[in-house]
Design a binder for this molecule. Sequence first.
Ligand code: PRT
Ligand code: MG
Length: 216
Amino acid sequence: MMITLALSKGRIFDETLPLLQAAGIKMLEDPEKSRKLILPTNQPQVRVVLVRASDVPTYVQYGGADLGVVGRDTLIEHCAEWGETSLYQPLDLKIAQCRMSVAAPADFDYAGKVRQGARLRVATKYVNIARDFFAAKGVHVDLIKLYGSMELAPLTGMADAIVDLVSSGNTLKANKLVEVEHIMPISSRLVVNQAALKLKQQRIRSLIEVFAAAVG
Ligand code: PRT
Ligand code: MG
């Protein structure tokens, strides 16, 4: 019985490798060199499919993959559309860690505007996370949906602030933005297709156990 794992190239793939190793699974090809989207492993019954980070939950929900690894950010946005029960989420893998923050130009008086009850223009890829966060604070916002390079929005005057992921803080610094609010810590989670969990129960349960032990 084949087990298919959905991963995205880059940090999620790289940081999932040691967890696979703990389960005795080794990749036979380097995704940065191969053009293949389906990668074999040393275990004939296990394969990896490479998809866009934001497509991982979709592949797992619709059974294109049995399991996947996805950032909490992407997962929250997916579940806002499909519901919390669309995916089984057994494990925080604690990889690809960063934080979701509000950032604004250093010379923008964010705290002052919030205190005055001003309406803020906020650009983000994470509209559901941003909407919930500002609603809970009672801050009025006009959200502008972007698909990348959020930092550019305040620099061009299109937005007052952004909601984005921050890791080292170098991207913000390079664009003269400062973090003004910490929204939530982010790490990647294991997600599992509900039907696969029943049909391939033994194999999937044992993988979850090995990953859990490797995460510590
Ligand atoms: O690139 P694509 O559009 O296909 O998808 P993606 O950007 O979602 O994928 P990818 O591989 O970049 O990110 C996958 C997951 O890694 C995200 O969903 C997060 O859960 C997690 N992660 C961890 C990060 C970061 N750290 C991170 N630093 N994702 C993005 N960044 C970006 C951030 O958006 C900003 O542009 O890196 C920049 C900030 O980094 P610093 O170090 O300069 O602060
Ligand atoms: Mg990216």
